[in-house]
Ligand binder design. Structure first.
Ligand SMILES: [Zn+2]
Length: 216
């Protein structure tokens, strides 16, 4: 089976993807990782990608398609993929269907982790990391106290780019880009909306039920 996972920053997509990979024995494909691999391995394509990124330009759909073809044609990944961050636009989504067909595969389902703006802001804005022990707290949902954190508050730091304006911008960009793609998969009856506000464990239970029903 092949799955696509969507969700805005702060939706807990990474955690869920890790669980899905582990339990259902899938391979995670993120175009970011694929691009980095090419650059690090200094392939012909990687050299081209590096100069595009250094120019500050966006990597073209053509290049992304080539990377996806590499994955789809690889026997060890056959029908065991979860895509994160791809497709990024409607053209990629439509082309993705053709590519899957060419490699005798299909998309099994599309999971969309839904969280509202307020929650995304609190999850990201409230995030505090302890520079001493590395533990991550959240001042709204899981505040550090004298009971759960011995280092004391002076070691707690926030990421500088995590301010409300930046988060809202990332959230809006994500929605604008993703809504047409979700619409597309909805029409194909592949879209499952997941309540991203629930507890991590409950979200995974819901996802597991959906994936298990696909396997049956
Ligand atoms: Zn600490």
């Amino acid at each position: 089976m092949n799955i696509i996972l969507f969700g805005p920053p702060g939706a807990g997509k990474g955690t869920q993807a890790d669980n899905i990979i582990r339990i259902f024995n899938l391979h995670k494909i993120s175009t970011g990782d694929l691009l980095r691999n090419e650059v690090n391995n200094k392939t012909d394509l990687g050299i081209k990608i590096k100069s595009i990124i250094e120019e500050g330009s966006l990597v073209s759909d053509d290049i992304i398609n080539n990377l996806i073809i590499k994955i789809l044609s690889d026997k060890k990944f056959y029908n065991r993929l979860i895509f994160d961050g791809y497709p990024r636009n409607l053209d990629q989504a439509i082309n993705f269907d053709l590519l899957l067909k060419n490699y005798k595969q299909k998309m099994s389902c599309v999971l969309n982790l839904k969280v509202d703006k307020e929650l995304v802001i609190k999850r990201i804005l409230g995030r505090q990391t302890c520079t001493k022990c590395g533990f991550i707290f959240n001042e709204f949902f899981r505040p550090a106290t004298s009971q759960n954190h011995a280092c004391g508050n002076k070691f707690l730091v926030k990421r500088v780019d995590d301010n409300e304006k930046t988060i809202l911008h990332r959230y809006k960009t994500y929605l604008d880009r993703t809504l047409p793609i979700l619409d597309y998969y909805k029409k194909l009856n592949l879209l499952h909306e997941i309540n991203g506000k629930a507890e991590i464990g409950d979200i995974f239970k819901e996802i597991s039920t959906i994936i298990a029903s696909l396997e049956a």
